[in-house]
Design a protein around this ligand. Structure first.
Ligand SMILES: [Zn+2]
Ligand SMILES: [Zn+2]
Length: 277
């Protein structure tokens, strides 16, 4: 399995970092993608990736941080994209639920970072909350202007590796299908285990072809860990629940979602063999 989204640089993990990774390894988590949320956090994600071969970094400014971010910060993110271990620009996007940054600034910072991903030929990790239509508008317009973003090496029309992922996706199957048609994937965390979760019928419709799994640690712990600190070793609970929703085996969910993550982020990882973090 690959945990496609976990904030491992938070202080929450400082006391038991090695044990936390070992617990993840023991249950079959072979790689973890750590998104940045501002310049400092992006640097920490890059540092973690330099220390552990199975940790990969994203660099970016989260919508919550957009209000505090300067133009120089976007330049710093540009510099960080070329660091070893960086697999995407993220997490970037729009959050109209908490509205911690002015919406126009969120849109501006998101737009500029998507253009940065286009320039650097990297996929994006997108955060949305009550903002999927607005985020889709920005992505649509940029793809319209840059149709060759992430076109495969051999010139395939639809990007082979994908343009990005809408993480913690709570949108409809119709929105998911539009994303797939633009080369995007969607990712599901522990909300799949919550009672009456609205994402369940959507997963039933879209299947495994374009989805990733994530813990979003330290947030969104799945049932039965709800309310506690979340960590990557809880990923099998999420894979198991998706298997149940789709009437397939957890190993099939693990295999397919790992293939999708490796393809999207071009991860240098062998999920078939045990690997040291
Ligand atoms: Zn997020
Ligand atoms: Zn996140």
């Amino acid at each position: 399995m690959i945990d496609s989204h976990a904030h491992l640089f938070y202080g929450d993990f400082r006391a038991d970092f090695e044990q936390m990774l070992e617990r993840a390894r023991m249950v079959g988590v072979r790689a973890i993608v750590v998104p940045g949320t501002n310049v400092q956090a992006s640097r920490e994600a890059v540092d973690l990736s330099a220390r552990y071969p199975s940790i990969f970094a994203c660099v970016g400014i989260h919508p919550h941080e957009a209000g505090a971010a300067s133009d120089a910060d976007v330049e710093s993110i540009r510099d960080l994209t070329v660091a070893p271990g960086v697999v995407a620009v993220g997490e970037i996007g729009l959050d109209f639920h908490y509205d911690l940054s002015p919406r126009t600034r969120q849109q501006e910072i998101f737009h500029r970072q998507v253009l940065l991903a286009v320039e650097k030929d990297l996929p994006i990790v997108v955060h949305t909350r009550e903002s999927i239509p607005e985020a889709l508008d920005i992505v649509r317009s940029i793809i319209g202007d840059h149709p060759d973003w992430r076109v495969g090496q051999a010139g395939e029309k639809v990007a082979k590796r994908g343009r990005g992922v809408f993480h913690c996706f709570t949108g409809s199957a119709e929105q998911a299908r539009e994303l797939f048609s633009m080369g995007f994937l969607v990712s599901y965390p522990g909300i799949v285990t919550f009672k009456n979760s609205p994402v369940v019928p959507v997963i039933r419709e879209i299947g495994l072809e374009n989805i990733l799994i994530e813990t979003d640690s330290p947030y969104l712990a799945p049932v039965p860990h709800r309310g506690k600190r979340n960590e990557p070793s809880h990923l099998p609970v999420i894979a198991g629940r998706i298997a149940e929703i789709l009437g397939t085996s957890p190993s099939e969910v693990a295999r397919r979602t790992s293939e999708n993550a490796i393809r999207l982020f071009a991860l240098n990882v062998n999920v078939g063999t045990a690997q040291h973090f």
